[in-house]
Design a protein. Structure first.
Length: 154
């Protein structure tokens, strides 16, 4: 079995850094992860990393939000000097450490990511469109209420 997921991230890594075993990577766990991966960040840098991909605003990274880092990196949406860009770059492989079979598995996962990347993007776009639609409906309801309210004013 190949330990690399479709984004070239070792699947075991995300669990390895989840010290609280709650399924999320919080600020301290992210700090330790970045240090172990050789790309330490400042406290403010770590907070900004989480803020940039934290869709549910809980201050932690879910696995889905963690994978969003790699989608943004692939789309070129991350700043060159950001901690997220550094994390995405760390998904490279050292053949001298992993061996040829590990590298083969890594690149097969990368090819799979390219082939299935649009599905992930479509899911995110669908969620964003749904939020936009809900906001528009809310505005329409608000406008209708104000119209009715004006009918009762003298």
């Amino acid at each position: 079995m190949c330990p690399w997921n479709e984004h070239g991230v070792m699947v075991a890594d995300t669990g390895r850094f989840d010290a609280g075993h709650d399924g999320f990577i919080d600020l301290m766990e992210l700090k330790l992860m970045m240090e172990k991966l050789g790309a330490p960040q400042t406290h403010l840098g770590l907070k900004n990393m989480i803020k940039e991909v934290d869709e549910d605003f809980d201050g932690k990274l879910s696995f889905r939000e963690f994978l969003l880092i790699f989608r943004k990196a692939a789309a070129g949406e991350l700043e060159e000097d950001s901690g997220l860009h550094a994390l995405a770059r760390l998904s490279e492989i050292d053949v001298s450490i992993e061996g040829v079979k590990g590298a083969k598995c890594f690149f097969e996962a990368k090819v799979q990511a390219i082939n299935h990347g649009s599905r992930f993007e479509q899911e995110i776009k669908a969620e964003q469109e749904e939020k936009k639609r809900q906001a528009e409906e809310k505005e329409q309801r608000k406008a209708a209420f104000k119209e009715l309210q004006s009918a009762f004013k003298p």
